[in-house]
Design a protein around this ligand. Structure first.
Ligand code: GCB
Length: 609
């Protein structure tokens, strides 16, 4: 078979076409966009027949096999022509949303599904640019427009976009997306997790139109060293970006300033203001911030606050704060499956508020943007987490780059959110040399992108040598973090709840301590005595005992028990109790509060912030 130069170029695009960070757009939340949500055609392709030939070579490498590739959306040219797929005659599926809970036959499916959407698009102005923006898609996403590959994205929980200006037509565009959620050893996360591997276009898909030169990025917040100054950078994207005018206004603060960009289209500034009302949990003040260039304008709602640590204290606007938290998975409390909507976010955060929380841990991966936007409005502090979970391939450089890329996309999306106070690098990872280096590099990268927030990771505790009743943190990564967090399950995976009474804590670090997880499983409506596992009383007792125990940790500055709502996990198979659900929720998947909810609520209500 002929292997022409053209196909070599295509192959390069396929293998080398991973999304680069430089072009990720921000504040799409507030931009005018065309939604591609709704009904899409789909083809389930477990053998990836739409991508490989029978020798398992990509079809696109062969001129004569090209049309067999599903992304070409080929149709038979005459009645004898052989084309063995047809999107238009295939079933439909809704976007956004995972496929598992939409189609019964896909409940346990892990593999490739091809999505297709046709659309017309009239650009508003000829010189404008157009992008297709994905809020998230799990896990590997290959994107094709009108038969041409735009690129590949890895990772299930962060946004990415591709420019489509030159490929777009007024009529009959077809976007074909290959989404593959197969778990992989070298992936982030890897093969083993304690949550459901929901696949598909799980968040919104949008078309974004911008001017030729547009405002691509900005980072605007309070100077952490001087709370009378607002500090920021703005970055334009386009051609000839030197000496462009950029205006920043915050009308409520009487701020209106004009800057001129440097040769790469960036401006940096510091603006004094004596009258800033700081964002806080009691007064989550957000200002309307308007950024304008010659051709573009974008508006955001930004809160200004400082967050820092001092010894073992966490200071929000220089005042000590105790983080009354709860961990949350991104599952819809309204429908089944992966959460994605504003309504999902509202329900979860309202429950957290009802529990008395001023803080949430969004575990174990970046949640949808509604969560942090709403937390900004509701005055809830947020821990955001990269899906570096349990047993990543620490020595694999491409795994590292993948983890770094996902974290970068998260920071890019949320760095202007006052509610976000902690970036978490990982959860429950083994303290090996390779892992220490992996996480230290991630932390260094995070600080380089954003040195205004705190860095943490959910670590593990251990016994001091010779006395299993004295617990400590001897993980070397504790030296790197700003906030020392760890998970502990004394009374559930280790002994019974009363065991908490025999444990004392010897933590030597002069840093704030957070307990990022503790908990016990209980089936809503299963009642009994406190020693009977899975009863609400067992869980209730575990909370009572744990709260007594951890009150004895001197540097304790908050916690986020595991977890707000029961969530799906294929690891949880006990019939009539788990049935595929991790039961450590304080609320059942159908919204009923368990007894332990009220123990924690009572504790939080009696505890000062
Ligand atoms: C943990 C993990 C969390 C699990 C939880 C459990 O330590 O961080 O992802 O779901 O334990 O229920 O075992």
């Amino acid at each position: 078979m002929k292997f022409s130069c053209f196909w070599v170029v295509c192959l390069f695009l396929v293998t080398g076409g991973l999304v680069a960070q430089e072009n990720l757009l921000i504040n799409i939340y507030n931009r005018e966009t065309k939604s591609l949500n709704g009904s899409w055609k789909y083809i389930v392709d477990p053998y990836e027949n739409g991508y490989y030939n029978y020798r398992y070579e990509p079809l696109e490498n062969f001129e004569n096999l090209w049309k067999l590739a599903f992304f070409t959306n080929a149709k038979p040219e005459n009645k004898s022509d052989l084309v063995e797929y047809d999107f238009d005659k295939s079933d439909s599926i809704l976007v956004p949303s995972d496929w598992n809970t939409q189609k019964e036959k896909l409940f346990y499916y892990e593999g490739t599904v091809w999505y297709k959407k046709s659309f017309d698009y009239l650009v508003k102005k000829k010189s404008n640019r157009v992008f297709v923006y994905f809020e998230a898609s799990n896990y590997q996403t290959d994107v094709y427009l009108n038969g041409k590959k735009l690129g590949t994205h890895l990772g299930g929980f962060t946004p990415f976009n591709f420019e489509i200006t030159s490929l777009l037509k007024e009529k009959h565009n077809f976007l074909i997306i290959k989404v593959d959620n197969k778990r992989k050893k070298e992936g982030v996360p890897t093969l083993n997790t304690d949550w459901w591997n929901y696949g598909g276009l799980t968040r919104d898909v949008k078309i974004v139109e911008t001017s030729a030169n547009f405002i691509q990025d900005y980072f605007i917040q309070l100077n952490q060293e001087n709370n009378k100054k607002i500090k920021g950078t703005i970055k334009l994207n386009g051609q000839n970006l030197n000496s462009k005018k950029v205006q920043l206004s915050i009308p409520e603060l009487g701020i209106k300033k004009e800057f001129v960009s440097n040769d790469i289209g960036e401006v940096s500034f510091e603006i004094e203001s004596e009258t800033i009302q700081y964002w806080s949990i009691n007064n989550p003040k957000l200002y309307e911030v308007i950024i304008q260039s010659d051709e573009d304008k974008t508006i955001d709602q930004i809160g200004f606050r400082t967050i820092k640590t001092e010894g073992s204290k966490i200071l929000l606007n220089e005042e000590e704060v105790f983080l009354k938290g709860i961990s949350i998975h991104e599952e819809s409390p309204i429908r089944e499956g992966r959460g994605y909507s504003l309504k999902d976010a509202e329900q979860l955060l309202l429950w957290a508020k009802e529990l008395g929380c001023n803080y949430v841990r969004l575990a174990h991966y970046p949640h949808n943007e509604h969560m942090v936007r709403l937390a900004d409005k509701m005055g809830i502090m947020v821990w955001e987490e990269n899906p570096v979970y349990w047993t990543i391939s620490w020595e694999n450089e491409s795994t590292f780059l993948n983890a770094k890329n996902q974290l970068t996309e998260l920071i890019q999306r949320d760095k202007n959110r006052a509610s976000v106070i902690i970036w978490s690098m990982a959860n429950e990872t083994p303290a090996t040399v390779a892992r220490n280096s992996f996480l230290t590099r991630l932390a260094k990268h995070t600080r380089a992108l954003d040195n205004t927030r705190l860095i943490s990771a959910a670590l593990e505790q251990s016994s001091v040598e010779g006395n299993s009743n004295i617990r400590t943190i001897d993980d070397p990564f504790a030296e790197v973090v700003d906030v020392l967090s760890f998970n502990q399950y004394i009374g559930w995976y280790e002994g019974l709840p009363e065991k908490c009474r025999s444990i004392s804590w010897n933590i030597e670090h002069n840093k704030p301590v957070l307990i990022s997880e503790f908990g016990a499983g209980a089936k809503k409506g299963y009642y009994g005595d406190k020693d009977t596992r899975w009863t609400e009383e067992f869980q209730e007792n575990l909370y009572t005992e744990t709260l007594n125990m951890i009150d004895g940790i001197e540097q304790l500055k908050g916690f986020s028990p595991w977890i707000l709502v029961d969530f799906r996990s294929p690891r949880r198979v006990l019939p009539n109790i788990q049935d595929g659900w991790n039961r450590k929720g304080l609320i059942s998947e159908d919204g009923q509060k368990k007894k332990a909810f009220f123990v924690l609520q009572n504790y939080y209500n009696n505890k000062a912030n």
